[in-house]
Design a protein around this ligand. Sequence first.
Ligand SMILES: Cc1cc2nc3c(=O)[nH]c(=O)nc-3n(C[C@H](O)[C@H](O)[C@H](O)COP(=O)(O)O)c2cc1C
Ligand code: SF4
Length: 409
Amino acid sequence: MQSPALLLPARPSNEPESLAEYCSRGGYDGLAAAKDKGAAWLRQEVDASGLRGRGGAAFPTIRKWQLAADAVGDEKYVVANGGEHEPGSNKDRYLVERHPHAVVEGLALAGLATGATKGYLYLIEDMAGPRASAEMALREANEAGLLPFPIEIHCGPTTYVAGEETAALNSIEGEPAKPRKKPPFPGEAGLFGKPTTVNNTETLAHVAWIARNSGADFAAIGTEESKGTLLFTLSEQVEKPGVYELPFGATYRELIEGCGGGLKDGHTVRAILPAMSAAFLDGAHLDVPIAYETLGPLGSSPGCGGVRIVDETTDVVALTLEIAEFFMKEQCGQCPPCRMETNQFVHILKAVQASKGPGYDAKMTRLANFSKRKGHCSLIEMAAAPVISALSCFANDFAEAAGPGAQES
Ligand SMILES: Cc1cc2nc3c(=O)[nH]c(=O)nc-3n(C[C@H](O)[C@H](O)[C@H](O)COP(=O)(O)O)c2cc1C
Ligand code: SF4
């Protein structure tokens, strides 16, 4: 498949893109057009684009923007969320480090569309490279008088949950980076209690492209319900690890073989985890077009695109335990059902590994069903997705590890 490069154009250098280089490819033309044509025009273009958030939940960008635009208030905020800390995902770091102006322009556009008076670029503490690039971009954009309102960088702690939007808002307010109970949603009462729009940095870079081109041009790329391109991260499992941009409708085979050069040492794909917080897809789905409407019915989603590959040598019970341990460690402790679920998953999976796991699948499924929607944030569901899907995707491996009769509860 021909890959349109909306966010990652071919360049002679890996240095952070300067203002001059960004402007030479039309950078900040979209912001100039929006200043000229107004917020309603910009919202119309983003509505026509069909853009959905790239932070993992795929929420329609225009719905979030409209909520904040309709909210009454003299002060409003906009936040670019670059708090990426999902194992296997490197796309936000890469984007901010290499193309900081695209994110800054998108943030300024989101602010114009929603009536924001101040913006924040939210990163986490271990992001020295992205932070340096973002500082350079803000300095250049300020000196050129491009920004319609002040934009500050804020670095939150290096934890997974600090990337959740209300945890990010708490961190900016100087509070511990833990998710807030919702409602109210940030569009109604967010940062310092004011209407706030939080968008992922990749989402915002797409907004800059849409304003520069058009919503219709963006909607022409991708599939019926999944528009534009998506960034993916491939790890050291493949010959050519890195961050790649593909249009929706491409397949995991194209990503892994075409972009990544295939698995190292001639291994073969047995299953795919599209993102740490998604559900496993059997290798038979390598040629399914990647889109919300195709992966959703399979119980999965593209998530934030940090792809993990299961090959014929992977110990899938150990991998599932590793994932469960990650969520147990990263949950923030505020909600008893989340603490219980994530701890119990680890406990039960360890029992399976030790061949002492009677009824493991019924117990874990019951836990996941009980916990649904009982947390302040969706980590509680994110933790269940890979674990519960592993039980069916690798049913024989689990049954063998758990020992005879272990599936009967
Ligand atoms: C535990 C957890 C971690 C998250 N981490 C991130 C993150 O690192 N970056 C991000 O943009 N969104 C993250 N999200 C999603 C955000 O809460 C929010 O939905 C997103 O920033 C909205 O942007 P979007 O609509 O452009 O996708 C996380 C959510 C949860 C529950
Ligand atoms: S669901 Fe889990 S991670 Fe989210 S706020 Fe509650 S305890 Fe923290």
